[in-house]
Design a protein around this ligand. Sequence first.
Ligand code: NI
Length: 137
Amino acid sequence: MVYIQRRETFSASHRLFNSAWTDEQNEAVFGKCSNRHGHGHNFQLIVTVKGTVSSETGFVMNLVDLKDIMMREVIDQVDHRNLNEDVPFLQGVLPSTENLALAFWARLSPAIEARGAALHCVRIVETENNFVEYYGE
Ligand code: NI
């Protein structure tokens, strides 16, 4: 099994806010990440795909195809958007980085499998110091 990776970036805003809670509860759990009008990040999305190497192409998967899938399924939907308001597939989702990883996996995995490879990991870099990885389970 060989693993390949592709990185794309996007800029977006979000607010960590649970509408079932009081403002005081949100403030206690999320702190300034719950400020009313949100805040922004320059996110990185790193996708790892696994598969066998084709004897014809030498590829696990054509990275151009992987880039196209990442752009269509995720980046074009979230770049320069408010993740609480503007993204149809995130409606009703608290847009923590963990929940973004789950939602991105659900969109990326079928498209990658349709290309004969398998999604191994969705990694999101939110800040220089905070990262989330999801392996599909
Ligand atoms: Ni944030």
